[in-house]
Design a binder for this molecule. Structure first.
Ligand code: SF4
Length: 470
């Protein structure tokens, strides 16, 4: 994860806010998401009860993470699979890259996995000469454009059909025979089929790890997940340790809730359970099966009672879609693997020294994220906790000083009157001298992005004298 300083975040956010085509594309895509999700929730006899149940399941899993992970590991090993515990991103990269090298892997297909983005896996594999193919259509499009995913569920949400067609014309012209959506999908399919049939290794993420069954649960809509996990002779599933759930029966609630919150579907098109390599007598499946359990800062989050609930996240993307900030600035402005409210609360805690404290302030605190979250993570509260932590860390106490000054002023009517007079005079003089809004303006960090208040021509007391008793 590369550090993106505050100034760069503001620059990108400002640029995206001014890009009306970008905003219209996001608006259109999120509007259709809103309609689908509203319809999807109506299929539940009690959506709120389903949310509560999911929250309980994930809370139970997090409370006994060690026990459930060991249970999962035991079951996978019983079936001949391998489990690798990766403490850091580097450990995970080294394990998978070493595996690929020792098995002579030249071509790798990947199904969608945000964890592989988190650890920058593709770059590490390409460095040692392997060809890595993203096979989720959205991921494939952003890979062709050399961009990171824009959204944790819909990686190419920011692109129009015309932009995608242009990318395909430049990158895979020989597969193109039209620019309508079905023709673009067919072009990608033709290209990716060849990769599927030549790949020696398939890498997937996991939506859930089922402890009592020792199985990896994967939800996809395009079938690429099944091809990735069954065609190549080696399958590596990599995911965060927080993806564990206690029982197979928990999927009866989690799978439909994830699908509904993520895309409005009753259930994703392909729901796959994988428990190990191909067994004697089976006709398909990989010869080798590896699960990489990634920590990469999650134990730190688990150790914090305040922040632990973030580990309940099932990466549905709902909090991004409802966030008024995300809806304006989009996913790339954040500069993080996980964007939107969950990215803003998770990133500074997973990587405390990476410089993402400012993201806690990239929120209007409207609480829409908390209301949308299907596992009831109190995201607004987490954002506030992160703001507190950021202030303590950076030592910036501007707000506190301002509020102290306001308190001191408001405790005396004389001080209130004097300060009011000084403020009015100060703002009018700054405007008259052309200082307001310029680099000399001490309020510039605020007024640069917002209109400052108009200076009233009279105080409230003056107004009351003439109007109050009428
Ligand atoms: S925090 Fe909640 S709404 Fe956001 S991605 Fe995670 S589960 Fe979904």
């Amino acid at each position: 994860m590369s550090t993106i300083p505050l100034q760069e975040f503001l620059r990108r956010a400002t640029e995206k806010c001014a890009d009306l085509t970008h905003r219209a594309t996001i608006q259109r895509n999120i509007d259709s998401y809103d309609v689908a999700v509203a319809k999807g929730k109506q299929r539940f006899s009690d959506w709120e009860a389903a949310r509560s149940r999911c929250s309980e399941i994930k809370a139970e899993a997090i409370a006994h993470l060690d026990r459930y992970l060991e249970q999962f590991e035991g079951k996978v090993k019983e079936r001949g699979g391998h489990v690798f515990w990766a403490e850091t991103a580097e450990d995970a990269r080294q394990y998978i890259a070493g595996l690929a090298q020792s098995r002579g892997v030249k071509t790798i297909v990947k199904s969608k996995s945000m964890v592989t983005e988190e650890i920058h896996l593709s770059g590490a594999l390409e460095k040692q000469g392997a060809a890595v193919w993203e096979t989720d259509l959205g991921e494939y499009i952003v890979q062709l454009r050399n961009e990171p995913p824009y959204h944790i569920v819909t990686p190419a949400m920011h692109l129009t059909r015309v932009q995608i067609a242009q990318t395909f014309r430049e990158k895979i012209p020989s597969e193109m025979n039209g620019e309508e959506p079905p023709q673009l999908v067919a072009a990608a399919r033709r290209k990716l089929r060849k990769a599927f049939f030549s790949a020696e290794m398939g890498i997937s993420g996991a939506n859930f790890l089922v402890a009592d069954a020792g199985m990896v649960a994967i939800s996809t809509n395009e079938g690429n997940g099944r091809l990735t996990t069954t065609l190549p002779r080696i399958h590596v599933a990599i995911t965060g340790i927080e993806k564990i759930i206690p029982r197979l029966s928990d999927l009866a609630t989690l799978w439909p809730v994830l699908a509904t919150a993520g895309t409005g579907q009753p259930i994703t098109t392909y729901s796959t359970l994988i428990g190990g390599p191909r067994q004697p007598g089976e006709t398909d499946g990989p010869e080798e099966f590896h699960v990489v359990l990634l920590d990469n800062g999650r134990s730190q989050v688990l150790a914090s009672r305040e922040h632990r609930e973030m580990l309940k996240c099932i990466r549905c993307g709902a909090c991004l879609n409802v966030c008024p900030v995300y809806r304006q600035i989009g996913g790339h402005a954040y500069g993080t693997t996980y964007q939107g409210p969950i990215g803003s609360v998770l990133t500074p805690n997973l990587k405390p020294s990476a410089g993402f404290e400012h993201l806690a302030f990239a929120s209007s605190l409207c609480s829409a994220c908390g209301s949308a979250c299907p596992v009831r993570i109190n995201l607004p509260h987490q954002l506030l906790l992160n703001r507190r932590d950021a202030m303590a860390k950076t030592g910036q106490s501007g707000s506190r000083t301002m509020f102290r000054l306001f308190r001191w002023t408001a405790m005396s009517s004389v001080r209130f009157r004097v300060m009011g007079w000084l403020s009015r005079k100060g703002i009018s003089t700054a405007k008259a001298l052309g200082i307001a809004g310029s680099k000399l303006d001490p309020m510039r960090p605020w007024t640069q992005y917002r209109n400052g208040p108009e200076v009233p021509t009279q105080t409230f007391r003056e107004w009351w004298r003439t109007h109050g008793r009428q």
